[in-house]
Design a protein around this ligand. Structure first.
Ligand code: PLP
Length: 326
């Protein structure tokens, strides 16, 4: 395959078989961290930028602004640099220093907003800041991943289609929820092409997306402090709420087996493990891993950070059933 642009190297066909996380079932972990920019957000970024180009909002020399706690920011920085747009990423103290450095290396301007919103998170504050910037410069293009249908359409067209192409018959699909672009895109595609698949949304304790009470969250990727506008295509079959402690335990436990995953992947795998008793033998299960562990070296994988925020008990990683197959 010969590509003209680095951001076109979408990697949608790599799965890791997890041998015994669910007895007598096949579990496939979809590794989105292999995309350029290191996450599933590459597809959201390309989908939203190319939609804005098609509908005339985005033109040569235009400037983009977006709110991101890290992974969409990196993906957009990559796409914007490749296409020649300037880009401002509005982020908050939970963004990893790694992501901020990568965005800056790709030429993005990164602004950190520190004030918490009424729900105790930063999303409302980041969005207020974007409104101020657009009021001052109406030429700025805000793609708004939380409200932009092109975000979920990218996942219907790419992520969901790729899963059915590779794994074919899927009984259960586990999807972590941030903006809900991945979840809504999968719901849209699977309800039409694989209606029997049970789709399980995985969210973080403290996220308000599914009507649970707000609370502090430290691991970026999963959860919101304000329900995303696009979260309305259809309801998932189940919602599993995972604490950040359990997500971190799962990450650290998988790392000891050589499987180095991001924080939300730990939450997704903790949810698979929790639901395993309800999944009949012989099932085919897909779990989406949005990114890899590298950018969490200073947080999820740092003993000091974990002890400081969650206590020493979280360092003791219980043996989850999760050997790789083969
Ligand atoms: C790092 C990361 N990126 C993306 C996602 C998916 O988010 P969205 O709901 O915005 O598609 C998640 C959620 O699990 C995540 O952790």
């Amino acid at each position: 395959m010969i590509l003209e642009n680095a951001y076109e190297a979408i990697t949608d066909n790599v799965y890791l078989r997890l041998g015994d996380i669910i007895p007598e079932s096949d579990v496939f972990l979809k590794l989105e961290g292999l995309n350029p920019g290191g996450s599933i957000k590459l597809k959201s970024a390309i989908g939203m930028v190319e939609d804005a180009e098609r509908n005339g909002r985005l033109y040569s020399g235009a400037s983009l602004i977006e709110s991101s706690s890290g992974s969409l920011g990196v993906a957009l920085a990559l796409v914007a640099a490749g296409k020649g747009y300037s880009f401002t990423c509005v982020t908050d103290p939970n963004a990893s220093t790694y992501s901020v450095s990568v965005m800056r290396a790709l030429g993005a301007d990164v602004v950190e907003v520190n004030g918490r919103d009424a729900n105790g998170g930063f999303l409302g504050s980041r969005i207020s800041y974007i409104h101020e910037r657009i009021a001052a410069d109406p030429g700025l293009v805000w793609l708004n991943q939380y409200a932009n249908p092109a975000n979920l359409r990218a996942h219907a067209r790419l992520t969901a289609t790729a899963i059915l192409d590779e794994i074919a018959s899927v009984d259960h699909l586990f999807v972590g929820v941030g903006t809900s672009g991945t979840l809504m895109g999968c719901l849209e595609h699977f309800r039409r092409h694989s209606p029997a698949t049970r789709i399980i949304a995985v969210d973080s304790e403290g996220s308000v997306t599914f009507g649970f009470p707000p609370g502090p969250r430290l691991v970026p990727g999963l959860g919101t402090s304000r329900k995303p506008e696009i979260c309305q295509v259809a309801a998932p079959d189940d919602i599993v709420i995972v604490s950040e402690s359990d997500a971190i335990r799962a990450c650290r436990s998988f790392a000891r087996k050589g499987i180095f995953l991001g924080g939300s992947s730990g939450a997704v795998l903790a949810a698979v493990s929790r639901m395993s008793g309800q999944i009949p033998p012989g099932s085919r299960v897909v779990a989406i891993s949005p990114d890899l562990g590298d950018r969490y070296a200073d947080t999820v994988y740092s003993d000091d950070w974990v002890v400081r925020h969650f206590g020493a008990g979280v360092l003791e990683t219980p043996e989850l059933a999760h050997q790789t197959g083969g």
